[in-house]
Design a protein around this ligand. Structure first.
Ligand code: SF4
Length: 232
């Protein structure tokens, strides 16, 4: 077992989510045995360097921290993303939007433009590529046999890269597509909205209701079955 594996093993089922002291914040308690601060001093030192100077990581970290200091609890997340962009010195804002969020993205663009930003929204079906073109069978479509475009988060990022956006905002992208968009986005990408088709795009409702109405979320065996069972 390497030193790294050993550290992972120690964290095991105990990590920050199980910590009762949260001493990393104010040093007003004690660090638990499995503490990820205590066990990662070397890596922490490496990150310290990234926050120094004028590199992009440093600029983003400072803009985010200033936002918190100046407006804590006073701005909606929508407003925070706009102020964040302004603080970064952005002129051009890209919006990577889910097709079903395009009307909301139009309202968001209006808000961002009011701060003097230029805005370009790229919908997730951009490129109009049929799902079969990325290797999915017809059975995976909602209307098999018909043209049904797949989401194209890589193209969303590339169109915005081409336009030279200074900051990108993701609006309702699917789980997984959000990763691909962020990975391929050249500009810093932040999230305004995440998609939750069941809970009105508020995934935290599953956590807040996990003691009663959504107790199933705590037991993978109780998740609804795939609608494609027997059809693949
Ligand atoms: S870093 Fe350490 S003290 Fe902070 S929450 Fe994680 S385990 Fe607790």
């Amino acid at each position: 077992m390497t030193k790294k594996d050993d550290k992972k093993d120690k964290a095991g089922d105990f990590s920050c989510s199980e910590c009762q002291t949260r001493n990393c914040y104010r040093h007003d308690s004690r660090f638990p045995k499995f503490c990820l601060t205590e066990n990662n001093q070397e890596i922490a030192d490496e990150t310290r360097g990234l926050y120094a100077g004028e590199g992009l990581d440093a600029k983003v970290a400072r803009a985010a921290a200033e936002l918190e200091a100046e407006y804590y609890g006073r701005l909606t997340r929508l407003e925070e993303t706009v102020v964040f962009a302004v603080k970064l010195g952005a002129k051009k804002m890209g919006v990577a939007s889910c097709l079903s969020f395009l009307d909301e993205s139009a309202i968001y663009a209006k808000a961002a433009r009011s701060a003097g930003l230029e805005v370009m929204t790229v919908g997730c079906k951009v490129g109009s590529m049929d799902k079969t073109e990325i290797g999915l069978p017809e059975s995976h479509k909602f209307c098999p046999g018909e043209m049904e475009a797949c989401c194209n988060p890589i193209l969303q990022a590339k169109v915005l890269n081409d336009w030279d956006s200074d900051v990108n905002v993701s609006m309702g992208l699917c789980v997984g597509h959000d990763y691909l968009f962020t990975k391929h986005s050249k500009a810093p990408a932040v999230t305004l909205a995440v998609k939750d088709r069941v809970l009105g795009h508020n995934p935290m409702a599953a956590i807040y209701n996990s003691k009663l109405f959504y107790s199933r979320v705590l037991d993978f065996k109780k998740y609804p079955k795939s609608r494609l069972v027997g059809k693949k």
